[in-house]
Design a protein around this ligand. Structure first.
Ligand SMILES: NC(=O)C1=CN([C@@H]2O[C@H](COP(=O)(O)OP(=O)(O)OC[C@H]3O[C@@H](n4cnc5c(N)ncnc54)[C@H](O)[C@@H]3O)[C@@H](O)[C@H]2O)C=CC1
Ligand SMILES: O=C([O-])CC(=O)C(=O)O
Length: 329
């Protein structure tokens, strides 16, 4: 049985995610942490008649206690976007939140698998890696930036234009998690998609900017929370399933390519050379990243171009994340 901590559990994502995790019968302990409002959220969820115990921890002084004996740490703490902002505009505030939380993870549950939801994911994941390295507990196989929502959107948006398509269609999405760093590889879909060039271009754009649709529709009240909670709960379910079976279970995630140097070689040969982090389809396992799932076949010209554009933008984000930690240490 698995012990899971949610840091930022009283927020828009945190509440819905905690609810969905309470429904996961493989979880035995849910440790819900926030700096506000968590007693009410946790008490409410704790009445649901599934077997897991729900504990709450409020305020920084209780963070260490929340993290004792935790197997998986999920981090949705941080501010969301408002209309007119990009995810990168969240950097200043969210970088310091991630720093504080990941330092506590390093000190209290250094072997835990860590899944970072807080934006900008393209920066927060490299920041987390640097902090873990500085504390001497970094294992590249243990760290994930959660990009599941991009794959969830891809599968749903295809059905919006092909109503007969099953929403379980598999579409690898690589790169990062913002705008043009999100690269859906429609030509690798299983089953194959039958789309014209114009449809492909529109669909790619919609997947890349799906987050903006929600930010606009919420008009100042934040960004995606419910679909994000679903996506993160799916990621956790897949992760735990991979602990319990020998099946090949794949989810996309932004990972340190050092986690699987052999798999990374293919990704780098597609135009992501020189990059430390990239979102890739990951075969999950008890150790976290078991391996990178290799792409079978060649990307289209548009996809190759997309990977190159993503790689250039990601390089800047990764470097900024790394220098943030160096400057603030
Ligand atoms: N990876 C992805 O695909 C997605 C990421 N996000 C990101 O997730 C983050 C959270 O979004 P929402 O839940 O909508 O925001 P929210 O504002 O509703 O909730 C954030 C929660 O974090 C808590 N928090 C703030 N500082 C904290 C600290 N130092 N320690 C612990 N908790 C702290 C707040 O008290 C609040 O409860 C945002 O950065 C957002 O951009 C959102 C959607 C998708
Ligand atoms: O758009 C945002 O700011 C939130 C997010 O990452 C998403 O919905 O994919």
């Amino acid at each position: 049985m698995v012990s899971v901590a949610v840091l930022g559990a009283a927020g828009g994502i945190g509440q819905s995610l905690s609810l969905l995790l309470k429904l996961n019968q493989s979880i035995s302990r849910l440790a819900l942490y926030d700096i506000v409002a968590i007693p009410g959220v946790a008490t409410d969820i704790s009445h649901i008649n599934t077997n897991s115990t729900v504990e709450y921890y409020i305020g920084q002084a209780r963070l260490s206690a929340a993290l004792q004996d935790v197997d998986i740490v999920l981090i949705p703490a941080g501010i969301p976007r408002k209309p007119g902002m990009t995810r990168d505009d969240l950097f200043n505030i969210n970088a310091s939140i991630i720093r504080e939380l990941v330092e506590a993870v390093a000190d209290n549950c250094p072997s835990a698998l860590i899944a970072i939801i807080s934006n900008p994911v393209n920066f927060t994941v490299p920041i987390a890696a640097e902090i873990l390295k500085a504390r001497g507990v970094y294992n590249p196989q243990h760290l994930f930036g959660v990009t599941t929502l991009d794959a969830v959107r891809a599968a749903r948006f295809v059905r919006d234009i092909r109503p007969n398509m099953d929403t379980s269609v598999y579409i690898p999405v690589v790169g990062g998690h913002s705008g043009n760093t999100i690269v859906p590889l429609l030509s690798f879909a299983e089953p194959q998609l039958d789309l014209g060039q114009e449809e492909i271009e529109e669909l790619v754009h919609r997947i890349q900017y799906g987050g903006d649709e929600v930010v606009k529709a919420k008009s100042g009240a934040g960004s995606a929370t419910l679909s994000m909670a679903y996506a993160a709960a799916r990621f956790v379910k897949s992760l735990i399933q991979s602990f319990e079976t020998d099946l090949v279970i794949v989810e996309p995630a932004l990972v340190d390519l050092a986690a699987d140097p052999q798999g990374a070689r293919q990704i780098k040969s597609l135009g992501a050379d020189g990059l430390a982090f990239f979102a890739v389809p990951v075969v999950l396992g008890k150790m976290g990243v078991k391996r990178i799932e290799l792409l079978r076949g060649e990307p289209s010209v548009l996809e190759r171009k997309g990977i190159e554009i993503a790689a250039a933008a990601l390089k800047i984000s990764i470097d900024k994340g790394i220098s943030y930690v160096a400057k603030t240490s």
